[in-house]
Design a protein around this ligand. Sequence first.
Ligand SMILES: [Ca+2]
Ligand SMILES: [Ca+2]
Length: 312
Amino acid sequence: MKNQVSYLCVSAAALALLIPGRLTADTILTFDTVTPPQFHNSPITQVFGDNASASASGIVVTGIGTPDVDLAWGATNNPSNASTPAQRWDYYSIGSEDFWRVAQLNQSRVGDAHEIKFTPANGAKVVLKSFNFQGYYPMVQAPSNSLYYQERFSYRWDVLDTNLNSLLGANYSFLSNSNKDHPVNINYTGTGGQPLILRLTRTASTLGGAGTSNDPIQLEGDPADIGIDDITFSEETSNADPVVNVISTTNGETNSVPGFSYKAIILDGFSHQVNVGTVQLRLDGNLLSASIGKTGLVTTVNFSVVGVFFNN
Ligand SMILES: [Ca+2]
Ligand SMILES: [Ca+2]
């Protein structure tokens, strides 16, 4: 008599692989810690934020992060900048000024622009989500005349394609208060493989509060007092949800050694990722003692028994 693998009688519904997931998959540049070769108040290195698949110094990754996205940090104009290099982003992160751990728009003068170019590989789509503007100073009272003063910053932000056409943009103006509570929500998704450039162009402010009868008196912000924080982006790859590939003895197979083996390889999606601690393999509702592990984006589920395996 031919041996027949007993799980022939296991229906697809009876054998269940339960894969709870989670919803977020972002890279957030926080600048909250600084580690050499990156230094405080120095140009942001061109590798910072590149291909982020795990949290690192100044970077928080959830889900798959952005393993296919390269960043390039640049600036244009700024002809009268006294600092060298003349056009740059600075990584500002030091314990004595803990309230302002940001990407500093170094010497951002009216008409100057700071840019971050996000270049995806492997056909991924870049999703630019949000960031916060943050001025350095709160409202201050001048000891000379007891009046209150507050810096105002105004910007035009754009998402550009590589021909520098604006795909999305708006103006934004705020009064500095030392807090990162000036959010810009972008939420723009590029096409597959399309680089996106986030450009922040300083514009002239319309100042309110002029004269001693107004309080506070608004000043155009100093070009050294401005940064952005919590730059949030993600990528979309081919699959939004986890993709399961199952390798088992074929249903209906004959002339096989009696036994049962099941192997599933699950690839995380950009919207949902496998929470490995909660994956279960069940047969007719009964938990099987499968071997389950995860490396990077890949979860592996293995289960096998030797001999005839009966479904009750
Ligand atoms: Ca780079
Ligand atoms: Ca920060």
